[in-house]
Design a binder for this molecule. Structure first.
Ligand code: 3PG
Length: 212
C-alpha cells in the first residue's frame, strides 16, 4: 500500500479516465505512456471499466493503473480482480475503505469535510482524495481543513487543470493531483492530443520539481 502511495506521490498527476470500451482505453493508455505519464485512474462510470483496467495492466504491467468512482464493495472486488493498484472513491465509504485495508490495497476515499477526515484518520489512513476540490472551495478550503489535521495528506481532484495545478502542488500537504483535463480529447478519439497534454503535464511537474 505504501509503495503505491509513494508512486502516486512521485508521479504527481493522476489522469482521470472514463473509457467507452477496451480499445479506446488502450489507445488512451498508449497516449499517456508515450507522453511520459504511464498512470491512470479508470472510473467505474462505464461498463467497460474493469475490462479496460485488465487490458491496460496486461499491456503496461509497470504502469500506475488504478480504479476510480468506486462506490461499493462489489466494484472494489471487480477493480482489484482486474489488477487495479489503487482504488479511489468520490466520498467516504466505510465498506470500501475496510475492504481495501484488509487486503492491503491502497485506497483514497473522497473527503471534503472535517467529519470525513475524522473517519479516514480513525481507519488509519494518511492520505485521502480532496473532492470535489474546486467547487468545494479549492485551496482555501484545503488549507483550512489541513490546520487541525497536520499529518494528513491529500490528492485534490475536481476542477484541477494545467492553470491551477502548480498552486495545488505548491501546498505541502498535496501529494498529487487528479484530473480529467489530460484525457478529455479522447472523447473525440484525439489520442495525439492526449499524448500532447500528458507531455505538457510532465513538463510542468519537472519544472515544479526543479524549483524544489
Ligand atoms: C473525478 O472523478 O475525480 C473527477 O470527476 C475529475 O474531475 P475533473 O473532471 O474536474 O478533472
Amino acid at each position: 500500500m505504501n509503495k503505491i502511495i509513494k508512486e502516486i506521490e512521485n508521479t504527481k498527476i493522476i489522469p482521470v479516465v472514463t473509457v467507452q470500451n477496451v480499445t479506446q482505453g488502450l489507445h488512451i493508455m498508449d497516449a499517456l505512456a508515450e507522453g511520459g505519464l504511464p498512470a491512470a485512474e479508470i472510473t467505474f462510470r462505464t461498463e467497460a471499466a474493469a475490462e479496460a483496467i485488465r487490458a491496460m495492466c496486461r499491456k503496461y504491467p509497470d504502469a500506475l493503473i488504478g480504479a476510480g468512482t468506486i462506490i461499493n464493495v462489489r466494484q472494489a472486488e471487480e477493480a482489484a480482480a482486474a489488477g487495479a493498484k489503487f482504488l479511489v472513491s468520490p466520498g467516504y465509504s466505510d465498506e470500501v475503505v475496510n475492504y481495501c485495508i484488509e487486503r492491503n490495497i491502497a485506497v483514497l476515499p473522497g473527503c471534503m469535510t472535517p467529519t470525513d477526515i475524522l473517519r479516514a484518520l480513525a481507519a488509519g489512513l494518511s492520505m485521502v482524495k480532496f473532492f470535489p476540490a474546486e467547487p468545494a472551495g479549492g485551496l482555501r478550503l484545503l488549507k483550512a481543513l489541513s490546520e487541525p489535521f497536520p499529518k494528513l495528506r491529500f490528492m485534490p481532484t475536481g476542477g484541477i487543470s494545467k492553470d491551477n495545478l502548480m498552486e495545488y502542488l505548491n501546498f505541502s500537504k498535496v501529494v498529487a493531483c487528479g484530473g480529467s483535463w489530460i484525457t478529455k480529447p479522447a472523447k473525440e478519439n484525439d489520442f495525439a492530443a492526449v499524448r500532447q497534454e500528458a507531455e505538457n503535464a510532465v513538463k510542468l511537474v519537472c519544472r515544479w520539481k526543479e524549483q524544489g
